[in-house]
Design a binder for this molecule. Structure first.
Ligand code: LFR
Length: 497
């Protein structure tokens, strides 16, 4: 029999990739077969995703994956898709796309927040959905749509799956980021639609990670050369859900930082925390693989750094992950003394693209601080601010959830940033285990492999499998680095002496 391999389509806000995963010995070996840049584009007076271009790249990647597998005498057992959350394409009854999908960074959702909150009290929204307030949540974007009659909203991975299979579904981990999903029940919250004037049939039926969405359409088979009958399997289609499934934790007392364009900082729970204290701290209860709860907050992530690099290089796309030249800048930033100026990386003023170094400088000065003129000073300010934001957020997650934390895992692109990892260990007073970089693809593939019966077990077993097969680096807190009291805080919160 041919050996089974799994294809992960993993698309982030700044880059996309198609990765083949094969089971090797005790773990999964990942092979990137296609990569492409991504980024919201100004199209028709708004920030949008070039979704047709993205789909074209997905097909190119799947064709390359098929070719690679054939040459190895392997068979692609299934395809899984994950992307960023929140955004959607509107599809007409006949399946055609009603408009080029908006980017969550466009700002039109924010203009609806007041009206939505006047129709449904934010406390009620939180008690049902458990979703952190972000001005771009799907609920606010939908409130900006002039005409939804007869249309269906398909979240981005679901839209791509629809184009591959002809089947319309909503994958549940991503559904939990819409603001219209019941966190405790794990179902849509249809009672929130009517008060907002949203149609009851706006969303496609739910599907959970591991369930089959459909098989490739004939036109896709022709275009990619993949075998007829190749299934598209639902994974944690929210990239953060897939990343958290691949945190290489060996014990239960872990926290995670999924560090890419955003930093998603929190813990895994088995039931949502829907208290008023949790709402005021703006923690989210997003759905994870196997019905877990990702209790976390969005901390403004490497977006700040990517945008600075883009401005300094005069580029139109944010550079991917860890571009050449960044290493020197990080070395220079590492040599700067601790205790420099901090910004609030979560401030909504940093959400939109453009002119980031200037906006950071303005924020420092508005707070009465000063920022050195050289790029390294800006980079250090970003990383110090992220590390402080991580520490603050983790301490709050522990306090609000009661979940003890002994180890912090950083996965995703930020795990390659040694300075960020070290500053995070220093700021939290906890050991930081960095890696894998491609946690999202790893989580995507593990869920597919389990659905195919190639691996077995719950998330704890899947995590041990990742821990055995993916390299990690451990950073220990440098005690001399800590401000008085800073070390005690997360340690106490984590239940350690
Ligand atoms: C990370 C992420 C976050 C989500 C943000 C916007 O890529 O999916 O989890 O809050 O993007 O969709």
């Amino acid at each position: 029999a041919e050996r089974q391999v799994f294809a992960a389509v993993d698309i982030g806000a700044s880059s996309g990739r198609v990765i083949l995963g094969r089971l090797e010995g005790q773990g999964v070996e990942l092979e990137t077969v296609h990569r492409f840049p991504n980024g919201a584009q100004p199209i028709g007076g708004a920030l949008r995703w070039d979704i047709h271009g993205i789909f074209d790249q997905v097909l190119t990647g799947l064709a390359a994956a098929g070719e690679r597998a054939r040459r190895n005498g392997e068979r692609i057992a299934s395809i899984g898709i994950d992307t960023w959350a929140v955004d959607y394409g509107l599809v007409e009854a006949d399946g055609s796309l009603a408009q080029v999908p908006y980017s969550y960074r466009d700002g039109r959702g924010e203009a609806q927040v007041e009206r939505v909150h006047a129709l449904i009290d934010p406390a009620r929204l939180y008690a049902t959905t458990g979703l952190q307030y972000l001005p771009f949540n799907t609920i606010y974007q939908l409130a900006a749509e002039p005409d939804l009659a007869g249309k269906q909203a398909l979240l981005i991975p679901d839209l791509l799956a629809f184009w591959l299979t002809g089947q319309r579904r909503t994958e549940e981990t991503n559904a939990s980021t819409t603001g219209l999903f019941d966190a405790a029940a794990g179902e849509w919250a249809p009672e929130l639609l009517a008060p907002l004037g949203l149609p009851q049939d706006l969303f496609a039926p739910l599907v959970g990670p591991g369930e089959t969405i459909g098989t490739l359409l004939p036109e896709i088979i022709r275009r990619t050369g993949l075998p007829a009958g190749t299934p598209v399997v639902a994974v944690g289609s929210h990239d953060t859900a897939s990343a958290v499934a691949a945190v290489p934790a060996r014990t239960a007392d872990f926290a995670y930082i999924s560090s890419g364009t955003w930093s998603l900082v929190g813990v895994e729970l088995h039931a949502p925390v829907l208290t008023e204290a949790s709402r005021l701290a703006n923690f989210t209860n997003e759905r994870g693989v196997d019905g877990t709860i990702r209790y976390l907050r969005n901390v403004g992530g490497l977006w700040l750094l990517q945008e600075c690099l883009r401005t300094w290089a005069g580029e139109s796309h944010a550079p991917e992950g860890h571009p050449a030249g960044l290493e020197d800048l990080l070395d220079a930033a590492a040599r700067l003394p601790a205790g420099g100026p901090l910004i609030d990386p979560d401030a909504s003023g940093f959400i939109a693209p453009g002119g980031m170094p200037g906006r950071i400088r303005d924020a420092v000065e508005a707070a009465g601080g000063t920022l050195g003129a050289e790029p390294a000073a800006v980079v250090r300010c970003i990383l110090d601010s992220l590390a402080a934001g991580y520490a603050r957020t983790l301490a709050e997650a522990v306090q609000l959830s009661g979940q003890p934390v002994g180890t912090v895992h950083i996965v995703g692109g930020g795990s390659q940033n040694a300075l960020l990892c070290q500053l995070t260990a220093d700021a939290t007073g906890l050991p930081v285990v960095a890696g894998p970089v491609e946690a999202t693809a790893q989580g995507n593939i593990l869920v597919q492999a389990r659905a195919a019966g190639a691996v077995a077990g719950g998330l704890a077993e899947l995590r041990r499998l990742t821990a055995r097969s993916q390299p990690t680096t451990t950073y220990r807190p440098r005690s001399e680095w800590q401000e008085p009291g800073a070390a005690a805080q997360p340690a106490t919160a984590g239940g350690k002496p």
